[in-house]
Every structure is written in C-alpha cells, then in structure tokens.
Design a protein around this ligand. Structure first.
Ligand SMILES: [Zn+2]
Length: 115
C-alpha cells in the first residue's frame, strides 16, 4: 500500500481514537455525578459493584474499538500495517478504507466468525 494512503488512514485512526477517549472520559464523569446523587445514602459494596458492572458493559464496545485502533496504529509504527495478523497476507485496501483498524484479511475474519 502506498505510504500516503497509509498516512491518510493513520490520521483517521488517530481522530477516532481521540473521539473515543473523549467519549469514555465524559461517560466516566457522568457516571460519577449520577453515582454521587443516587448513592449518597445507600452506598453498600454490592450496589457499588453492580454499578461498576453496568458501566463496564456500556463501555466494553468502545473499549474494544479503542484497543483495535491502538493496535492498528502500533502496526503502522512497526511497518506491518495492512498485513493480516493471523496469516500475514495483505488486507484488501477497500476493506481498510471501510475499517482502518481491521487486523485480519477477509478470509481469516470469516474463519474467526465461524469459530
Ligand atoms: Zn489472514
């Protein structure tokens, strides 16, 4: 893949990473405010744990995306970007345009889904 093309995708990844970080941060703040109001009186251990659980479930999707994006940026730095992490084959450029954080080629992705 051309260097300039990779740089474009890198910028997109970095923007998306910043967005998710902002998002997670504001959710965290929101959570703290709500939790402060609701639990001023009943703040026992079990309640605190179940709140943490709910919050984790909400964030798990974005966390996962963030991890994928960071891994992709890492691969750009290591000059392995665009290569499937499973088989080492080239990932289709159209696929990377649609999902710059894609780590697998289409064949491996399909195989993963079947498992
Ligand atoms: Zn592959």
């Amino acid at each position: 893949m051309r260097k300039r093309r990779i740089e474009q995708l890198q910028r997109r990844l970095e923007r998306r990473e910043a967005e998710i970080r902002d998002n997670l941060r504001s959710k965290e703040e929101e959570y703290r405010e709500v939790s402060h109001e609701t639990h001023a009186e009943v703040m026992d251990e079990a309640q605190a744990q179940s709140d943490t659980f709910t919050r984790d479930v909400m964030q798990v999707h974005e966390d996962r995306q963030l991890t994928g994006i960071q891994a992709a940026l890492q691969r750009i730095r290591e000059d392995r970007y665009g290569l499937c992490v499973a088989c080492g084959g080239r990932i289709d450029e159209g696929r990377l345009t649609a999902r710059p954080e894609a780590a697998f080629c289409i064949e491996c992705e399909r195989r993963n889904e079947k498992r």
